[in-house]
Ligand binder design. Structure first.
Ligand code: ATP
Length: 675
């Protein structure tokens, strides 16, 4: 399977650049496209826009200088004449195309100024009887120094030498009507004469279906194995007594939505098991994930364990801390705050409390899981990763003593097919319902030129007792510029709206100042909050009902949806004004249209995926996307479903097949699998 390739070291190096390390990689190095040299076209029948192979004699060849240096030759067969034009050419061309030479030319006919012609055709000398190909000629992805003939030869050798036995049991192949692996591979490298170029590029071709299925199956198998491996660890059995959770629910001014209750039941069930939970909690912005997180934490605490909640940014962690401390401290739960920016003495005190078990719930940033922090008895780690699909932090956590249960919260819903494909190792809970009484947010798209009107809207909104956000543009190239811009906007708004209490919050502020500003906004001491995108996630001020986002065209869909989700969190009607600068790129137009038309995060994610494709959507490095070269989870969803169904059966009923299948598809690519 991993048989080495016999070629000189320089060639091997270049092949490695193409991802080819073994002879089996050569087998999987599938053609990009095909050339059809199986039949000749008579010059009389050659039509513009179609690829042809014509054969004949050169009757004339000249280097011309008008309007620029070019080589023009005339090719003649029994039915007519055709011009061949070369704008770049080498002495070899002149030799090959000398008068009287018999050649075969391959290319696409173009209708030029001087009639039909072939521009830069491929030229082959024809000695009488040079046979035509008996199948389409594959054209492989190549690099400089690795020519097509070289690749064709190397691939062909591997195809001839390797057995390419099947890794799928007959029962599976029969039930899904899949081709044998060898047949699929052979069809794609050496297509039979009956197949046309169009048929070969169609993903529905049985040969492609087989390869896509194999690839999706390998992905599902490896995720199942990762899932099993994690379940082999021991975890504390967290059966809550209900004392804290009941008291908590009783003090909430609302009751749980049905979705929150269902999701909480799923989590409680997992926490009571003796292997670690790895659950992804998905819920749209404002759907009430924090309440669920609090309940999960209380369940662990009731069972005599500690819980930790980690957020990706200080501002988000601070928001969670404010809220959770307000909810849980009255119940006698000691909540500790820990981030990197704490003063040394405070930090040491927090670390000591965590180690001594005084802390029942620790809230903070990744500082919570640094080496100097040791929990007395960590039962549950909650990671609010919002739309950062970071898998790294999940890893760091498992290393903390015995495996704690893990709950990851995400506010950017992952479309179902992607979740199945890339998060198959996690269990997923979805809060698919918003708390009652929310009025939908109205979204307005306004050109920056009309920015003045927006100021009037702010004044009116605040006069009603509401609050507003003004989000300054994202300036990717320079954080300093971004900051200067935010300060300038803050000053300008203060001047234009002297009667209002305006505040400013940005990423460079000291953590304490940031927290103080957010607390002031929470208490309605600040009415208009000017902010950089630091407020993107987690801020929860139900009285804020107007959101203005400058240069919305620079932002991604997930980010816009998150920002907009900061309003519409209470009973009052909310608005989001997206200011944009013209001219808009096609991409920006597409994004703004989606955010204007949709408020449902799942639909927005789906559209985002359509616009960007899965690699970009998930961040290629983290996603495991490199595993999929042939299949596309969105388009090949039926195959994905089948792979998902078959993976556990293969592991239990045909373990030796599963093992061979993984070895074939994953050799050298395991690094993408670590979740
Ligand atoms: N069942 C409920 N009924 C009424 N209000 C609720 C309910 N659950 C949560 N809320 C309120 O809705 C608001 C949003 O809840 P929460 O902050 O938990 O959402 P979230 O899903 O964490 O949002 P985000 O992802 O935007 O941070 C909060 O003000 C919260 O108190």
């Amino acid at each position: 399977m991993t048989a080495p390739i016999s070629a000189p070291p320089t060639t091997l190096k270049k092949l490695a650049k193409l991802g080819i390390h073994s002879r089996f990689d050569l087998v999987l190095h599938l053609p990009l496209r095909y050339e059809d040299e199986t039949h000749l076209t008579q010059i009389r029948d050659a039509r513009a826009g179609t690829p042809v192979v014509v054969e004949g004699t050169i009757t004339d060849a000249q280097v011309q200088w008008k309007p620029r240096k070019q080589l023009i030759a005339t090719l003649e067969d029994d039915t007519g004449q055709l011009q061949l034009r070369f704008l770049h050419f080498y002495p070899n061309h002149i030799k090959q195309l000398s008068k009287g030479a018999r050649i075969r030319a391959l290319g696409e006919i173009r209708h030029g100024f001087h009639g039909d012609e072939l521009v830069h055709p491929k030229v082959r000398e024809v000695v009488d009887g040079t046979p035509l190909a008996d199948h389409l000629t594959p054209v492989y992805p190549a690099l400089q120094g690795i020519t097509q003939p070289m690749l064709r030869r190397l691939v062909s050798q591997s195809l001839d030498d390797l057995i390419l036995a099947d890794t799928l049991p007959d029962a599976l192949r029969d039930s899904l009507h899949l081709l044998p692996f060898r047949d699929a591979i052979m069809t794609l490298h050496r297509p039979p004469p009956s197949l046309s170029v169009t048929q070969l590029s169609d993903g529905a071709l049985p040969a492609w279906q087989r390869l896509k299925f194999d690839e999706l199956l390998a992905q599902q198998l490896s995720m199942r194995l990762a899932y099993r491996a994690r379940r082999a660890h021991n975890a504390p059995v967290l059966t809550g007594t209900g004392t804290l959770t009941r008291a908590f629910l009783a003090q909430l001014p609302f009751s749980l939505t049905r979705a929150q209750a269902r999701v909480m039941a799923e989590i409680s069930h997992d926490l009571a098991e003796s292997h670690p939970m790895h659950r992804l909690l998905q819920g749209d912005v404002g759907s009430g994930k924090t309440v669920v997180a609090a309940l999960a934490a209380l369940t662990a605490i009731e069972a005599g364990y500690q819980a930790a909640l980690m957020a990706p940014t200080e501002i988000l962690a601070e928001q969670h801390h404010l809220k959770l401390a307000a909810w849980l401290e009255p119940l006698g739960v000691h909540v500790t705050w820990l981030t990197g920016s704490l003063k040394k003495s405070h930090k040491q005190a927090a670390i000591a409390d965590i180690a001594a078990g005084v802390t029942r719930l620790a809230v903070g940033t990744h500082a919570l899981f640094q080496d100097d922090v040791a929990f007395e008895r960590l039962g549950l780690a909650i990671i609010d990763e919002q739309h950062r699909f970071g898998v790294g932090q999940r890893l760091a956590l498992t290393d903390k003593g015995a495996a704690p249960h893990q709950l990851t919260m995400s506010a950017t819903p992952i479309p179902r097919t992607l979740a199945m494909s890339y998060y198959a190792d996690l269990d997923v809970s979805v809060i698919d319902e918003l708390p009652p009484g929310r009025t939908p947010i109205t979204t307005k798209l306004i050109s920056t030129a009309r920015r003045g009107e927006v100021v009037g809207a702010i004044r009116a909104e605040i006069a009603q007792g509401r609050q507003a956000y003004w989000v300054c543009p994202l300036i990717e190239e320079s954080e300093t510029l971004e900051l200067q811009n935010a300060v300038a906007t803050f000053e300008a708004l203060q001047q234009t709206l002297p009667e209002l209490r305006v505040g400013l919050v940005h990423g460079r502020m000291k953590a304490d100042d940031k927290a103080a500003m957010m607390a002031a906004f929470q208490a309605n001491e600040v009415q208009l909050l000017v902010a950089t995108t630091v407020i993107e996630v987690g801020v929860d001020v139900p009285n804020a009902t107007l959101m203005v986002i400058e240069h919305a065209e620079r932002m991604g869909l997930a980010q816009l949806h998150q920002l907009r989700g900061r309003v519409g969190r209470g009973a009052h009607a909310s608005r989001c004004v997206l200011l944009f600068e013209e001219p808009l790129s096609e991409l920006a137009k597409a994004r703004l249209k989606v955010i204007y038309q949709h408020t449902d995060g799942f639909e927005i994610s789906r559209q985002d995926l359509l616009i960007r494709g899965p690699g970009e959507f998930l961040g290629a490095r983290q996603s495991g996307a490199p595993l999929l070269r042939f299949a596309d989870p969105e388009q090949d969803d039926a195959l994905l479903e089948a792979a998902k169904d078959w993976a556990p059966r293969l592991l239990s009923d045909y373990p030796e097949y599963a093992e061979r299948h993984l070895a074939r598809w994953l050799s050298g690519r395991e690094q993408f699998l670590k979740a």
